[in-house]
Design a protein around this ligand. Structure first.
Ligand SMILES: C[S@@+](CC[C@H](N)C(=O)[O-])C[C@H]1O[C@@H](n2cnc3c(N)ncnc32)[C@H](O)[C@@H]1O
Length: 300
């Protein structure tokens, strides 16, 4: 098993972004992701921006929540992901209510002060300055609109039937590598971001910040999707040669997940646990157009 390649890189150079990987990841956590959208209590008829929409995996969930009078603008920097998202929507009832556009999170392709909610899943881990980006997104919200950021936090990952020391060494080596690899020209990545999000939203100027955590627990026997997801994650933890991990740990780690005979995934005692976070905040600042209107009213 090759462990020294970057796995699942898309054409924008971002790890864990390949479309097949994202689809499997989405399917493997479908019940929790459906619950995340239900918990947002989106209002029918809302204008939703799906910021960093990737291949459009959340579109159907968002569309169901906002109904036929709602609108979704999917935004991403990856043209390949946007083309896939567009294809996925083909023939669906919500197609006339959805547009996919190439743009960054900081410069959304909508008028300021128009979105009821900006939803962004699994993107904050790639933001080198999340506070600045979240603050920049605020101006696209109506006053009282919401930013909803969903992301992972690998600090919450545990495999119950595996050597705890080995897990700790692998996780620590990857966490340190994420900090050090920036100097080697790799793109920014923070896979431990989930539990930091509430603080980032507050610092960016959002009010009424709420954090919801979603434990994702899976036991033996695993679905094919979840098995593929875990094997991909296991490889990802030690990709780029795992320079901060001992070679014995590297071999043992890969054997645990990929060995055809001794994989921990095939043991009846297997349990995996991971928590994902959805953090929402309300933007109460007036968007630029409304500020001008307000000023005119006050000082005319
Ligand atoms: C891990 S994928 C998540 C895709 C989708 N939201 C999901 O959960 O399936 C991250 C996506 O964010 C996009 N992305 C990363 N940084 C971005 C930025 N600054 N502006 C817009 N899109 C960005 C990537 O191109 C990629 O499609």
């Amino acid at each position: 098993m090759a462990a020294n390649n970057i796995v699942y890189v898309n054409e924008c150079g971002l790890p864990l972004n390949a479309i097949e990987w994202l689809e499997t990841h989405h399917l493997s956590k479908a019940p929790e992701r459906e619950q995340m959208i239900r918990d947002l209590h989106l209002k029918p008829g809302s204008l939703v921006v799906d910021a960093g929409c990737g291949p459009g995996l959340w579109t159907s969930l968002l569309a169901r929540a906002i109904g036929p009078r709602g609108r979704i603008i999917g935004v991403d920097i990856s043209p390949e992901a946007l083309v896939t998202a567009q294809r996925r929507s083909a023939g669906k009832w919500y197609l006339p209510r959805v547009q996919y556009k190439c743009a960054t999170l900081e410069q959304l392709p909508i008028e300021p002060g128009t979105a009821n909610i900006i939803f962004s899943a699994n993107v904050s881990q790639y933001l080198p300055n999340p506070v600045d980006t979240f603050a920049a997104m605020g101006r696209y919200l109506v006053a009282g609109g919401r930013l909803a950021i969903k992301d992972i936090d690998f600090g919450t990952m545990r495999f119950h039937n595996m050597d705890a020391g080995l897990q700790a060494r692998v996780f620590q080596a990857r966490e340190r590598l994420e900090q050090e690899r920036l100097n080697q020209g790799y793109a920014f990545e923070d896979s431990w971001v989930g539990s930091q999000l509430a603080g980032y939203l507050r610092e960016a100027g959002y009010e009424e910040v709420e954090e919801k955590s979603y434990p994702i627990v899976r036991r033996y026997p695993l679905s094919q999707d979840f098995r593929f997801y875990l094997q991909g994650i296991a490889e990802w933890f030690v990709c780029e040669g795992a320079p901060l991990l001992g070679s014995e740990d590297l071999t043992n780690w890969l054997r645990c997940f990929l060995d055809e005979v001794h994989s921990v995934l095939d043991q009846e005692t297997f349990v995996s646990e991971e928590t994902e976070y959805v953090v929402t905040g309300v933007w109460n600042k007036y968007p630029p157009a409304q500020v001008r209107y307000f000023d005119m009213q006050t000082y005319a």
